[in-house]
Design a protein around this ligand. Structure first.
Ligand SMILES: Cc1cc2nc3c(=O)[nH]c(=O)nc-3n(C[C@H](O)[C@H](O)[C@H](O)COP(=O)(O)O)c2cc1C
Ligand code: SF4
Length: 394
């Protein structure tokens, strides 16, 4: 029988504990294999969106026998509607730095980078002060690990891990072919762990409280808590830490304004869920509680009945069209065709059945685009057009 879940709030990430020095030195005293096993048993999955098991990522990098490895904290946070990583770096930066250093200890990396979103330049001076204090402590305890900030330049595609590394190496921010994956061949061609800011903050909780504490939260396949950036038509916009596995109806009961007609889960590259599907949709990575389980990097946008879903889709497509790096044809041309196509249908220059051709085009993009940007345009496009078709036509 599926377990019933109500919304459960938590407070691990933003709990401001001044014990990072203690956690760091205590963890560095442990055997690195023991630490990896602890992380694997927590079943933490990456919070940047894709949900790759974090313990496995660190293990793969630790196994590479080369002299130089890297740890990168992905703080590009470009997904529309996501604003949680900024808060972590503002409120509990030591947790992230400590987690990076522990990752360095486990994997054998001595150098870390924080790839900071261009629009977060205002965070740089304070973050640098914290990094300096951290470096001083590492030196004091004789631990060889340094952290540098690398400023992004405002391109959404540079949040994609390989485009991010290309840009760090001084090239255009364009995704690489995968494989090889960064755990094998990442920054400067060397094995690299790249993790989202929030993922790193969760590893701090795990090393502090033990894997079991984390594992016991959430549901099967989706363990632990997650930060959600809640925005749109809600009386309570903000950032909330909640256990994974919640149903969307519980979420809307808590955050909706009583008139929620749809929720966009996972930002522009995620899915729109209409009201009739709230009950059967849960938030998580894989395990199905009652029906559909949707992953998210944390963006939850609520729309009430005053919103035009055509305008929402128009906005997302304009974003994708602008942010496509243009490297591959399905995405470069596809984003333009989709955007022009929905406008033509809305203005009556194309018949409503043209939407079906556009849906076919998104399928092609899903299978042929080189990276997650082009592949995920289909998510919002099909879920909006299929559920709100009447709002798309003239
Ligand atoms: C277009 C695109 C943009 C992305 N932007 C981000 C981002 O801003 N921050 C992030 O952590 N991951 C982003 N990702 C996911 C990263 O490629 C990568 O999966 C992630 O940093 C891995 O960290 P995690 O395992 O901790 O989630 C993006 C992916 C794509 C395809
Ligand atoms: S899918 Fe889009 S963003 Fe990704 S490589 Fe191709 S053109 Fe660039």
């Amino acid at each position: 029988m599926a377990k019933e879940y109500n919304l459960k709030r938590a407070d691990f990430i933003f709990r401001n504990e001044n014990d990072w020095e203690n956690i760091l030195s205590r963890t560095l005293d442990k055997d690195s294999r023991e630490l990896i096993n602890e992380l694997i048993s927590s079943e933490l999955k990456g919070r940047g969106g894709a949900g790759f098991p974090t313990g496995l990522k660190w293990k793969l990098t630790s196994e590479a026998e080369v002299a130089q490895k890297y740890v990168i904290c992905n703080a590009d946070e470009g997904e529309p509607g996501t604003f949680k990583d900024r808060e972590i770096l503002m409120k509990v930066p030591f947790k992230v730095l400590t987690a990076m250093a522990i990752c360095g200890y486990i994997t054998g990396a001595t150098k870390g980078f924080i790839y900071l979103r261009g629009e977060y330049k205002f965070l740089q001076p304070d973050l640098q002060k914290v990094i300096d204090e951290f470096a001083y402590y590492c030196k004091e305890i004789g631990f060889d690990f340094s952290i540098e900030i690398f400023m992004g330049s405002g391109a959404y595609i540079c949040g994609e891990e390989t485009a991010l590394m290309e840009s760090m190496e001084g090239f255009r921010g364009e995704p690489r072919n995968k494989p090889p994956f960064p755990t094998n061949k990442g920054y400067m061609g060397m094995p690299t762990v790249i993790n989202n800011v929030e993922t790193l903050a969760h590893t701090y909780t795990i090393f502090k409280h033990g894997a079991k504490k984390f594992y016991d939260l959430g549901v099967q396949f989706s363990r632990g808590t997650k930060l959600f950036s809640v925005s749109g038509d809600t009386p309570k916009p903000g950032i909330y830490e909640l256990e994974l596995g919640m149903s969307l109806s519980d979420f809307v009961d808590e955050f909706g304004d009583g008139d929620t007609k749809a929720v966009q889960v996972g930002g522009a590259s995620g899915f729109l869920v209409p009201r009739k599907r709230f009950g059967e949709t849960s938030i998580g990575y894989k395990g199905k509680l009652t029906g559909i389980s949707l992953p998210t990097g944390g963006s939850m946008m609520l729309f009430n009945s005053t919103r035009s879903m055509f305008n929402v889709l128009d906005n997302y497509l304009e974003f994708f069209r602008e942010e496509s790096c243009g490297q591959c044809t399905p995405c470069r041309v596809g984003c333009q065709q989709l955007h022009m196509g929905i406008k033509a249908v809305k203005q009556g220059q194309k018949p409503a059945v043209y939407l079906d051709k556009l849906l076919k085009l998104t399928e092609t993009m899903q299978y042929t685009a080189k990276c997650g940007l082009g592949q995920s345009v289909a998510n919002s496009f099909s879920s909006i057009v299929e559920n709100f078709r009447e709002e798309m036509i003239y």
